[in-house]
Ligand binder design. Sequence first.
Ligand SMILES: Nc1ncnc2c1ncn2[C@@H]1O[C@H](COP(=O)(O)OP(=O)(O)OP(=O)(O)O)[C@@H](O)[C@H]1O
Ligand SMILES: [Mg+2]
Length: 308
Amino acid sequence: MCNNASRSLNIRALEKIMHAPMSFFDTTPMGRVLNRFTKDTDALDNEIAEQLRLFCFGIGNMIGILILCCIYMPYFTIVIPFLFMYAVSSFSYYQSTAREVKRIEGVQRSIVYSTFDEILQGSDTIKLYGNTELFINKNKDQINTMNEAYYLTNALQRFFAVTLHFASGCLNLVVTMLCASNAFPISGASSGLLVSYLVSFSMQLIQSSKAAGQLEQLLNSVERVCEYAVDLPQEASYRTEPPNTPSAENWPIQGSISFRDVCLRYRPALPYVLKNLTIDIKPHEKIGICGRTGAGKSTIMTALPCVV
Ligand SMILES: Nc1ncnc2c1ncn2[C@@H]1O[C@H](COP(=O)(O)OP(=O)(O)OP(=O)(O)O)[C@@H](O)[C@H]1O
Ligand SMILES: [Mg+2]
């Protein structure tokens, strides 16, 4: 299911990108587009299914263990809602903090990348001015700041693991005490079965919570690819019949071009670059266009295919 969903999302996103208007490519950095088709697609193809499998596997195991306990010790059912509430509240506490820390780490990481890119591009200038040390130190400082956030991510994971270990340790203790004190009529073999399953409970709890956290982060990738696959603005269809297409009979014999009050802007929100331009270029005439940079010389060429 995941593979099929990922494939169809990817194909739809690619089709939409192929028909996106030029303004989209003017305003979107190429790295962002590449990211959707590399890292995000990889998350869709490989990671989500695996994390979903781990999550379902852990949840299934835990439910099995709890049912086993309830069958042997009916009063154990009372503990389950409290255990559930404890797990959910510590998960949401951990997840809301981890999300913010991850965001800080992401910001720091992109700063490191962009500085590294700048240093690579400007290495000649840096060497020329003898500022190598300065930039090495700058890079080191930024990597340190990024690692501070990365360290926090790990510390948070540890904190979460300890919290869940504590909860399942308490659960183990209670069940073992109940088994040992003969509060319920359970045989020695059944007690052994219960305790041996409960030992794996904490691992399952941590594994499925981790998988749930990962899933939430990976769903961001789905959201990003979906944004391209569904919401991307589309340009006009490739083939439209212009109102007065030159046909074989009225195809111009002379290569003359005339602009009459041509106005052109690159996007609706931008000011006009060409304002009421009127020129006549006669056949065989050679034309030179002068103007300062940004005056709109290249734009005249851009406007040519649009003029009919
Ligand atoms: N793709 C684009 N999207 C938005 N604005 C643009 C785009 N291309 C050019 N412009 C704007 O249109 C104006 C004219 O640009 P144009 O490239 O035609 O100038 P030019 O005369 O060819 O300059 P140059 O001498 O540097 O080649 C500039 O203000 C520029 O910022
Ligand atoms: Mg130009």
